[in-house]
Ligand binder design. Structure first.
Ligand code: ADP
Ligand code: MG
Length: 724
């Protein structure tokens, strides 16, 4: 049987009564299978003797010693036992706090095993935290055999109060003995032998009772591979159900073939270009004609791919619907790709919805769409947010339900109860990490066809999700990446400046603005007493004097840049005013925008070339990267100034260093993950998908990728043998 199917309660294991069962329950161990998969968090090599004289070797002393005498110190209830011992190399003292009973357990003259850390104190070698076991009572001939485990690899388990390592190990060993016989392998034999992995039963046995560290490691590798293989198998099977064929496994592993120039490459590229143009529907063609620039090759290949998929999904002949995650750094041109996909839906006679997390963002999409899509004949747009007044709203809702609107753009209002669509079949979810799974499902439910088929959707993310996590969390989506930036973008220069030298930065910025450019100044706080920022986790000193956006706005306007026009935006500024200020800024009427992280997403002003972030050490890496992405959007050289305090934490230092060294969002995302751990990366918590036990997608990335490949190969072979 499968290990996970051994659902017998732990109380069936000899030696586990109600009391221990309660302790185990607090570790979420209720069944035998949970007990057997309670793996050691580490091991201690006790196969070698480390005598007392080697107490300073960096390893715990692990020796066999003779008890020479007992002593007591302190008075009354505070009396503490000291046991004097000696081995072949030295003598020492075991200080038995709260363990007076050891006087009887280890009488003078007995031989005991001792494991522990020893230090020199008051002229003696001492240990207060030691483990000891009786090997031989004074005068006895034989060593007591139950301690044959003395020369072994000690397992160290995660524990809870009321359980010792020895008890935990004993429970598990007993359970293995009583229930471990029938455990079956769960991965195909082919891969097990290909990688020289152990059988499942042996792996479970050895991870709890290894004869060497190497053996424990081998057991771990077996279990890690198995977990990741089964995990990926589940994901890929789910995708198979949705699509009827295997997801495209290479999208993530796409290599940068653009940089290799060969005749074959050029021919391939031309072929690809041509099939891209051939694939365009009438409204898509009109959009191409309206653009003043050429699409990047990444944009073209994603659109080409989606055209195929959307056609298949709209045709109704198959059960397929598209589920694609589009990743691309800030400014890589995702919005345009989404517009092309929407036009495909409209050309097929369906409605689509573009969902954004904030009103600001959706208004910007609405404005872009009005500019680019409205003039295309037969495209009817609408903008729907929670703010729209009742009268206009009712008309809009009627139009949506009658199908006289093709593309609707808005916030979560798009899937409120009273919003009905005639035939919504495609949804774009921008900044997907800001939405929970439930919200995503709501929009999917709105778009189910009468036959119950799910709509297609495109999720977009400007916060690159590291490959590893994308495969685990979003593994059932197809992933496309816009790697190349639109041409003509200059690399942003990032400057690190220590607090105290702001004046130099202000002067450099003055020069840029005098040349006709614009600048953002970003602060962690809105106002002085305001500790409510989303950067709480980076507080290293609550008393630090922090500059606030409000204070700095008046300071910069009055003292530093009286000749320029400054404005202030943050989340407490009225939405209408925010919009007016951003419009004025994008028109160049305002030169300096003082802000909080509200400008992190969506603001697109190519003439802004300076991003100044004060207290930069207080921002997360993802936020810094997003903020920097606000500049470098035009033809001019852009600059990002990170002003940091001298009191830097190690993580703070790493973040700034990364910002200085790279502008590659994917590299930054990987590092962010490393510094914060997967639980912290946005969008992961809600997904509830990371239910891994022994494997860690970050640490075991190579195995994860290999397991994914193997799953594909395995399923392909299976389907081949089915058709034979
Ligand atoms: P993202 O949403 O990926 O951050 P946007 O879609 O907002 O990026 O695009 C950023 C800017 O780049 C927009 O002004 C857009 O019009 C422009 N853009 C998009 N694709 C191209 C391209 N192929 N060439 C030049 N500019 C482009
Ligand atoms: Mg965008």
């Amino acid at each position: 049987m499968k290990l996970q199917d051994i659902e017998t309660p732990v109380t069936s294991v000899s030696g586990i009564g109600p009391r221990f069962a309660k302790n185990l329950a607090s570790l979420n161990i209720f069944t035998v299978s949970q007990l057997l998969t309670h793996y050691p968090r580490s091991y201690e090599d006790r196969t070698q003797l480390i005598p007392l004289a080697k107490f300073n070797s960096g390893q715990k002393v692990h020796t066999i010693a003779r008890v020479t005498s007992h002593e007591w110190f302190g008075y009354g209830r505070m009396k503490t036992l000291k046991i004097r011992i000696e081995d072949d190399t030295a003598s020492a003292v075991l200080v038995c706090f709260n363990r007076p009973f050891l006087e009887k357990t280890f009488p003078a003259g007995s031989i005991i095993s001792v494991t522990g850390n020893f230090t020199e104190k008051y002229g003696d070698l001492q240990s207060a935290s030691f483990e000891a076991e009786l090997l031989q009572k004074d005068g006895d001939e034989e060593l007591i055999t139950k301690n044959e485990g003395f020369f072994s690899i000690a397992t160290l388990y995660p524990l809870t109060a009321g359980l010792s390592q020895a008890q935990m190990h004993k429970f598990i060993t007993t359970a293995l003995h009583e229930y471990g016989k029938g455990i079956n392998n769960e991965i195909p034999e082919f891969y097990r032998s290909k990688y020289g992995l152990l059988g499942k039963q042996e792996a479970i046995h050895l991870i709890h009772n290894p004869a060497s560290i190497e053996e424990a490691e081998k057991a771990r590798q077996t279990l890690i591979y198995e977990e990741l293989f089964l995990f990926q198998l589940g994901i890929v099977k789910r995708t198979l159900d949705r699509k009827g064929h295997l997801p495209d496994e290479t999208s993530y592993l796409q290599s940068d073939t653009d940089s290799v120039i060969s005749d074959q490459n050029i021919a391939e590229k031309r072929e690809k270009e041509e099939s891209f143009y051939r694939s365009l529907s009438p409204k898509q063609k009109q959009l191409i004609d309206r653009l003043s620039f050429d699409l990047t090759s990444d944009q073209k290949s994603v659109i080409l791919q989606m055209n195929k998929e959307l056609d298949e999904s709209f045709s109704g002949s198959s059960s397929f619907s598209m589920a694609r995650l589009l990743q691309g750094d800030v400014g890589s041109g995702k919005t345009l790709v989404a517009f092309f996909a929407c036009l495909r839906a409209v050309d097929s006679g369906f409605q689509c919805a573009i969902l954004s997390p904030t009103e600001l963002l959706s208004r910007q999409h609405a404005e872009n769409a009005a500019r680019l899509l409205e003039p295309i004949s037969g495209v009817r747009l609408a903008y729907l947010t929670g703010n729209i007044q009742a009268k206009g709203r009712n008309k809009l809702l009627t139009e949506l339900s009658q199908g006289s609107i093709d593309i609707v753009i808005g916030t979560h209002a798009l899937f409120s109860k009273n919003v009905h669509y005639k035939h919504l079949r495609f949804a774009v979810i921008d900044e997907q990490h800001r939405f929970g799974v439930i919200q995503r499902n709501l929009i999917i439910e709105k778009g189910r066809s009468p036959e119950g088929k799910a709509p297609s959707f495109l999720m977009m993310s400007a916060t690159p999700i590291p490959q590893t996590l994308a495969l685990t969390v979003f593994g059932d989506l197809d992933v496309s990446v816009l790697r190349t930036m639109p041409p003509g973008r200059k690399c942003i220069q990032t400057h690190l400046t220590r607090a105290g030298n702001e004046a130099r930065v202000y002067e450099a910025v003055r020069k840029e603005i005098s040349d006709g450019r614009q600048a953002y100044f970003v602060y962690p706080l809105i106002e002085k007493a305001d500790e409510e920022t989303d950067q709480q986790d980076y507080l290293f000193d609550k008393k630090t004097e922090l500059k606030s956006a409000e204070d700095m706005y008046s300071f910069l306007q009055k003292e530093v840049y009286p000749e320029f026009s400054c404005a202030l935006v943050h989340s407490k500024v009225d939405e209408e005013d925010q919009h007016r200020i951003l419009t004025d800024f994008s028109k160049g009427k305002i030169q300096i925008l003082v802000a909080t992280t509200v400008v992190e997403v969506g603001v697109d002003v190519p003439n802004a070339t300076c991003m100044i972030i004060e207290h930069a050490e207080r921002f997360g890496l993802a936020a810094l990267h997003q903020l920097r992405g606000r500049v470098g959007r035009g033809k001019d050289q852009s600059h990002c100034f990170l002003i940091y305090s001298s009191k830097l934490t190690d993580a703070g230092k790493e973040r700034l260093k990364a910002m200085h060294e790279t502008t590659d969002g994917f590299q930054i995302a990987e590092l962010d993950l490393k510094l914060r751990g997967p639980g912290e990366v946005s969008g992961i918590q809600q997904s509830g998908n990371l239910l891994l036990g022994i494997a860690d997608p970050l640490r075991d990335k190579e195995i994860l990728l290999q397991a994914r490949k193997d799953v594909y190969e395995y399923l392909k072979d299976q389907s081949k043998s089915l058709t034979l």
